[in-house]
Design a protein around this ligand. Structure first.
Ligand code: F6R
Length: 614
């Protein structure tokens, strides 16, 4: 959430910062800014613009500022509307220091009041500006940077990543981390700072992930790391594998479309990886074989699409591992009573591994010393570093804000993991395990083939037709209910059309009153024969009230297919993998509805890829 980039070194900072910001724009894009120290006189100069990064870039024509130390930011507003004043960087009273910030300063009200009483003048509604004025005030008191910073970090509450440049310290950049991600790339006589290593991954693979509650002073060849009490820390610099980072659209109109098409490959790559680690899996996920054999329940935590993957996985674990599985929204989990269970494990699911709600939930589980595993797509993420163990999906970098291939690989990973646990527990044998792995590949084929089969009719007929409607009802039952929720979320976030999802059995308990000619009903079928019969009754209830029915059915489901006004027929797969088989077509369909409506598909309004605030 918010893109943050800093540079100090032998070269000028504007080009690497703007390049880095353009790679991070998916994290926030309602305003942008750049500040640097003018070479020669070290004067702080800046440019800010409302809207996307290209608006900022245009301003450099009139004001071509640059310097060897600079910071840049793309914003996703939390405090104060998206405007030039509220764009980062923010400044102190005399514009002698400049701050870019990611996160939230929770005690900003109290601090602002105090600073206003001291005579500080504010020019924005942001919580970030408070940090600038507070540091200004602390520098006057302490006279030196280090004690001022120690005092600063001990007064700020909340989760934040901060990058600061000061006229008085032209050879040093300050970076601070509490809760929000921040990493430093170490180059040849140059240092890069960012909220995501994607910003500089092509320049250096030597990275320091700033430890939580620490700050650093950076120079072109300087790296001093401190904890919040001011005690020096030894930086642990890692070499990261950035080969998988691909930030090009490869000829596709949108990243989302490219990522929809990458799904089969991503599932194959993930499965190949799981097969390769199958023997050491328990070391990797931080459990012993004994613990796995004794597991009596499993819990999932996640948000948004990752939560939907967990809701689907609940069916995998209960059916395959024969144990109760519970799913909690990470944003709710922390505020609910916690009943610690014996022989239990938590799986925190997060594409980015940086979602604040999920990380806080994971930290809570960790603090109770209950086994926990991060299932994520990003090996260098905070979730991987903080969980007892981890399982990595191999979807490759997901750039579009709407999650597609991450969701598909989460499903594949969870299906595989449920079988791996069942194998360890002796519930299934090796042959059944092998079959399950093959089933994943069959579902990946079905996912891709169904896109190919319906591509033409979706683009030419269905997408333009359904884009005319303003509201939709989505229905599913059993395992297809959480999938229908994911489908409704996907439509809402990229097309801004209203889509309400219900479990199909609930229709008759109220929502049936909504059926009219203006509200198409999307129904997602199931391959469980009993559930299918029940869904068929629900479809008949819709048709009896002259509802317009769009059906995602499976081969052989003749009765349902006949009831549909529009129908997609998907190859049959293992019933538990029905959602995975429907994934590609569902995403492709909603993508094209959004395209007809000319929506900014990769960067929908109000959203950001990585939600690092609670
Ligand atoms: C929707 C979407 C979001 C994320 C959610 C959690 O398409 O992408 O709902 O799934 O913000 O993000 P992660 O998985 O990174 O924790």
């Amino acid at each position: 959430m918010c893109g943050l980039v800093g540079y100090i070194g032998k070269n000028l900072s504007r080009a690497p910062i703007i390049k880095g910001l353009s790679r991070l724009e998916y994290r926030g894009y309602d305003s942008a800014g750049f500040a640097c120290l003018n070479p020669g006189d070290n004067r702080l100069v800046y440019v800010k613009a409302q809207g996307q990064l290209h608006n900022l870039i245009k301003q450099f024509d009139q004001k071509p500022i640059d310097g060897h130390i600079g910071i840049g930011h793309t914003r996703w507003s939390t405090h104060g509307v998206a405007s030039q004043e509220n764009a980062h960087p923010q400044f102190d009273c005399y514009k002698t220091l400049s701050i870019a910030h990611n996160g939230i300063i929770e005690n900003h009200h109290m601090l602002k009041e105090q600073l206003m009483q001291e005579g500080h003048l504010f020019s924005s509604q942001t919580d970030t500006e408070i940090v600038a004025h507070l540091l200004e005030s602390l520098l006057q008191i302490h006279k030196k940077l280090l004690p001022a910073l120690i005092s600063l970090v001990n007064q700020l509450q909340g989760a934040y990543a901060l990058v600061i440049i000061l006229q008085a310290y032209p050879d040093q950049m300050v970076v601070i981390r509490k809760g929000s991600p921040l990493c430093i790339g170490i180059g040849q006589q140059e240092m890069f700072v960012s909220s995501d290593l994607l910003a500089f991954a092509d320049i250096t693979n030597k990275v320091l992930f700033l430890p939580d509650q620490s700050f650093a002073l950076l120079g072109k060849e300087l790296l001093e790391l401190y904890d919040f009490s001011g005690a020096p820390l030894l930086p642990s610099i890692q070499e990261v594998d950035s080969a998988w980072i691909n930030v090009d659209k490869n000829g596709y109109e949108h990243f989302m479309l490219k990522e929809i098409y990458e799904q089969k490959g991503a599932i194959y790559a993930s499965l190949a990886f799981f097969r390769s680690i199958s023997h050491q899996i328990w070391d990797q996920v931080g459990l012993t074989s004994e613990q796995v054999k004794n597991l009596e329940s499993i819990h999932f935590l996640g948000c948004g699409t990752s939560w939907h993957a967990a809701r689907i996985a609940q069916f995998f674990f209960e059916k395959i591992c024969l144990m109760p599985a519970r799913v909690m929204l990470a944003s709710e989990f922390r505020y609910m009573p916690f009943f610690a269970e014996k022989n239990s494990a938590y799986i925190a699911i997060s594409q980015s591994g940086e979602t604040a709600d999920t990380l806080e939930a994971l930290r809570l589980v960790n603090s109770m010393h209950i086994a926990n595993i991060a299932l994520t797509n990003v090996a260098s993420s905070t979730a991987v570093r903080e969980a007892d163990g981890f399982l990595l999906t191999h979807a490759g970098q997901e750039i579009a804000v709407a999650s597609t291939k991450a969701f598909a690989t989460q499903l594949a990973a969870l299906y595989w993991f449920a079988h791996r646990i069942a194998l360890e527990k002796g519930i299934i044998n090796l042959y059944q395990f092998e079959t399950a792995q093959e089933d994943i590949l069959i579902a990946a084929e079905a996912l891709e083939n169904s896109i190919e089969k319906y591509k033409k009719i979706i683009v030419e007929t269905y997408a333009p037709y359904y884009a005319q409607y303003k509201k939709f009802i989505f229905l599913g039952r059993h395992i297809s209910y959480p999938f229908a929720m994911e489908a409704a979320l996907k439509l809402k976030e990229i097309s801004y059309l209203f889509a309400q999802c219900y479990p199909a059995g609930e229709l008759k308990h109220g929502p049936i009153a909504l059926i009219d000619a203006e509200t198409p009903i999307f129904l997602f079928s199931s391959l469980d024969s009993l559930v299918y019969q029940k869904l068929l009754s629900n479809a008949q209830e819709v048709k009896a009230r002259k509802g317009h029915l769009v059906v995602f059915a499976f081969e052989g489901q003749k009765e349902l297919i006949q009831l549909a006004d529009a129908c997609f027929i998907i190859p049959t797969v293992n019933p538990l993998l029905a959602p995975l088989a429907m994934t590609g077509l569902m995403q492709f369909f909603v993508y094209h509805i959004a395209k007809v409506l000319d929506c900014p598909i990769d960067k929908p309004r109000n959203l950001a890829k990585s939600v690092t605030v609670e």
